[in-house]
Design a protein around this ligand. Structure first.
Ligand SMILES: [Zn+2]
Length: 478
């Protein structure tokens, strides 16, 4: 169903209703929320395209954060900037009292994948960053949904507080983890998030818990031929550590992933290196699994230092939990997806998508605009990691995927290309509409909120949130 048709159907339902029942009021508020998004559509698309062009990486998203927070302020929301010690983190809010409904928005880009809105690989600026995860659309669509709710509160049609969380650095230090640790979600009843994707679905699968750490080795330098017996090679420590990691691989659960990069491994062969550094990520589908492997890795780092006769230092940089899925929330999102129906693409858009898939060497099946059925959660789903996980353990969190790019390669040029043209724009308004309609339910229907909260309470019984991040704000890039 097209957006215009949804509005007409909602209006007819309202007119046919006669006396105003609560169902009619809800329908009317949803129609109003959708028309708010329709009204702001040119602004939202321009905002998303600006952030797409800025393409700023983690904690450097100054222009992107300013564009979003300035627009929120201009449209009447109260904005608090620089929260949780991060200059690019902010909260925009409107209304007062309960319920407090929050929505998350990301806006950081990825390094090195600059791309034009073109169906073949063609950098906008060679080597520059690009929005290969669609976060330009993520942040803008979430803000569009928040503003639609703000309109309803300001007209007295909904009661409570709407809050937009501008969350930086999802692609590196996990900005949300700092915001959770600093208690910024304490009074939130329900939180919503979404992510650009190549499908439309209410998400019921969790993500991977992750710990990001570095191991540094410090030895003693010497001439590699004249007096190597006086040296202690830090790179021997690096090699012993990575060898240990690779031996450990055989003895971990199949759900565990360990990846590393040697970021400092000596300079020249004829100098015994006195410094070496490995950057490592360990993941599992559950935080408990990560903790067990992490303990083994600490011992391996310690052992590697002893083998090489050098000092070893193990430092955790950041971490995130797996997402705690909320099925009651997923069902509510799914109902609203069904109300909106599929995204309709033009023939040109399908041809653009197929050209991307051809250039990327993947199946040329075009764009998926249909709403996928609600799945059952898998016990150990594969996939990536996100700091939405941390939010989901302190406040019930609903998560949605919406098509903004064809299925090809993620975190790469095809996502940047589709995210800067009409395919991305359609995903933007569709995500904003679904989220706004779902939030209308959450504001109006206390039984929907209670079901979500009851499931959350049950699943978090005995749970204590434990951030791994070091004290203070994350280090800012120079
Ligand atoms: Zn992402």
């Amino acid at each position: 169903m097209g957006r215009r048709l949804v509005l007409i159907v909602l209006a007819c339902l309202l007119l046919a209703g006669g006396t105003a029942s609560s169902q009619d009021a809800k329908t009317a508020n949803k129609a109003k929320a959708l028309s708010s998004i329709e009204k702001r559509k040119p602004d939202l698309i321009a905002l998303s395209d600006r952030i797409w062009a800025y393409a700023e990486t983690a904690l450097r998203e100054h222009k992107s954060a300013k564009a979003l927070s300035d627009y929120a302020e201009q449209e009447g929301m109260k904005v608090e900037r620089g929260v949780a010690g991060m200059p690019t983190a902010f909260i925009a809010s409107y209304g007062q009292g309960s319920p407090v409904i929050a929505i998350l928005g990301e806006f950081d880009a990825l390094p090195g994948i600059s791309q034009k809105a073109s169906p073949v690989k063609e950098p906008l600026e060679e080597g520059a960053p690009g929005h290969g995860c669609g976060h330009n659309i993520f942040g803008t669509a979430s803000l569009g949904a928040a503003l639609a709710i703000k309109d309803l509160i300001s007209e007295g049609k909904l009661k409570g507080t709407i809050r937009f969380y501008g969350t930086p650095a999802e692609e590196s230090v996990y900005g949300k983890t700092y915001m959770v640790r600093d208690g910024l979600f304490k009074d939130v009843d329900v939180c919503l998030a979404w992510h650009p994707d190549s499908k439309i679905q209410a998400d019921v699968d969790s993500t991977q818990a992750l710990v990001d750490f570095v191991v540094e080795f410090r030895g003693r330098t010497a001439h590699a031929a004249l007096d190597p017996w006086n040296g202690r090679s830090a790179v021997d420590g690096v090699e012993a550590f990575t060898h240990g990691v690779n031996m450990l691989r055989e003895h971990v659960k199949p759900t565990v992933r360990m990846h590393y990069a040697i970021v400092k491994g000596g300079d020249v062969p004829n100098v015994v290196p006195d410094y070496g550094k490995v950057w490592c990520w360990v993941r599992d589908s559950k935080r408990d699994g990560v903790e067990k492997v992490l303990e083994r890795l600490r011992q391996i780092a310690d052992g590697a230092g002893k083998i090489a006769g050098v000092e070893s230092k193990f430092t955790i940089q950041t971490a995130c939990y797996e997402i705690l899925v909320n099925m009651a929330g997923a069902r509510l999102l799914h109902q609203n997806l069904m109300m909106l129906g599929p995204i309709k693409y033009t023939e040109q858009e399908q041809l653009f998508a197929k050209a991307i898939q051809k250039a990327a060497g993947t199946e040329q099946k075009g764009l998926e605009g249909e709403v996928k059925p609600l799945d059952l959660p898998k016990p150990n789903p594969p996939g990536g990691s996100t700091d939405v996980g941390d939010v989901s353990w302190v406040v019930p969190t609903l998560h949605l995927s919406v098509t903004t790019a064809p299925e090809a390669i993620w975190h790469a040029w095809p996502v940047v290309a589709a995210g800067g043209m009409s395919i991305g724009h359609k995903g933007l308004t569709y995500a904003a509409s679904t989220l706004a309609a779902t939030m209308v339910d959450l504001f109006e229907d206390s039984s929907a909120r209670n079901a979500i909260r009851a499931e959350f309470t049950e699943k978090t019984r005995g749970f204590v949130y434990k951030p791994y991040i070091p004290p203070g704000p994350p280090p800012l890039p120079r």
